[in-house]
Design a protein around this ligand. Structure first.
Ligand SMILES: *Cc1c(COP(=O)(O)O)cnc(C)c1O
Length: 239
């Protein structure tokens, strides 16, 4: 076993154990929680290692990097391969949305209507609809650089996704604001989700929780945790 493989295997085991403990503590089954390993800044060779270690879902946050890595690892998605799924978890520029929908299986960051038509056109011709999550902002409305839709905008955004033939509305995504107790932020998210599920009962995915706060997210009902550094180590600061 190479040193890198041993390191990644150990990170993965530790994160799987954290997920199991958190599920146990909130009376949930670990089968309800999908681990998406965020591979941004790490090479395609790490994606291969992860797939070999049983990881089925990887996440990226920048289009160029994601597209290049996905192409390098296309064999992992081929029929008969491990069936790796690619998640796009980062902020989406409108002019990149169509390109992202051409390779991403799940887009976590749908936060404005303008993206929907572009994602839909990029997803045309895919074998399966692209799964779409609406990113909800948990920041105060006046915070600069706020990512995500205001909870009040969700129903219009959901209607747009539902009308897009090549997209499938799957649920919600959020990032806990910096400087706030994540448990408090995720409790708000859980309220938003409860209301959302009344009108969209099938859209029951909740993408929340990262290396530092996955336990609080699982407690609040997360079905997908997005974990980078706790599995792969600290990211190189420049790429
Ligand atoms: C980088 C990233 C993550 C993973 O963060 P870690 O702290 O490394 O686990 C999760 N979600 C999003 C949106 C990210 O950009």
């Amino acid at each position: 076993m190479t040193a890198r493989r041993a390191q990644v295997a150990a990170g993965l085991a530790a994160v799987r154990e954290r997920i199991a403990v958190a599920c146990e503590g909130s009376g949930r089954s670990p089968d309800e929680v999908t681990l998406v390993v965020v591979t941004k800044y790490f090479p395609a060779s790490d994606v291969r290692l992860l797939a070999d270690l049983g990881v089925t879902d990887v996440g990226e946050n920048r289009h160029q990097e994601a597209e290049a890595k996905q192409q390098e690892c296309a064999d992992l998605q081929a029929p008969g391969g491990p069936g790796l799924r690619w998640h796009f978890v980062g902020g989406l520029q409108s002019n990149k949305a169509a390109a992202v929908a051409a390779y991403a299986d799940v887009v976590h960051s749908v936060d404005r209507k303008k993206l929907v038509g572009r994602l839909d056109s990029g997803a045309q011709g895919r074998a399966h609809p692209v799964d779409a999550l609406l990113q909800v902002s948990l920041d105060p409305p006046d915070r600069p650089g706020r990512a995500g839709a205001d909870p009040a905008e969700l129903s219009a955004l959901a209607a747009a996704v539902e009308a897009a033939g090549a997209l499938r509305l799957r649920g919600l995504m959020a990032v806990a604001p910096l400087g706030e107790d994540p448990a408090a932020a995720f409790a708000r998210l859980s309220d938003v989700r409860r209301d959302f599920l009344v009108d969209h009962p099938a859209a029951d995915w909740l993408s929340a929780g990262m290396s530092g706060d996955l336990e609080a997210a699982i407690q609040a009902g997360a079905t997908h945790v997005r974990v980078g550094t706790a599995v792969l180590g600290s990211r190189p600061s420049v790429q």
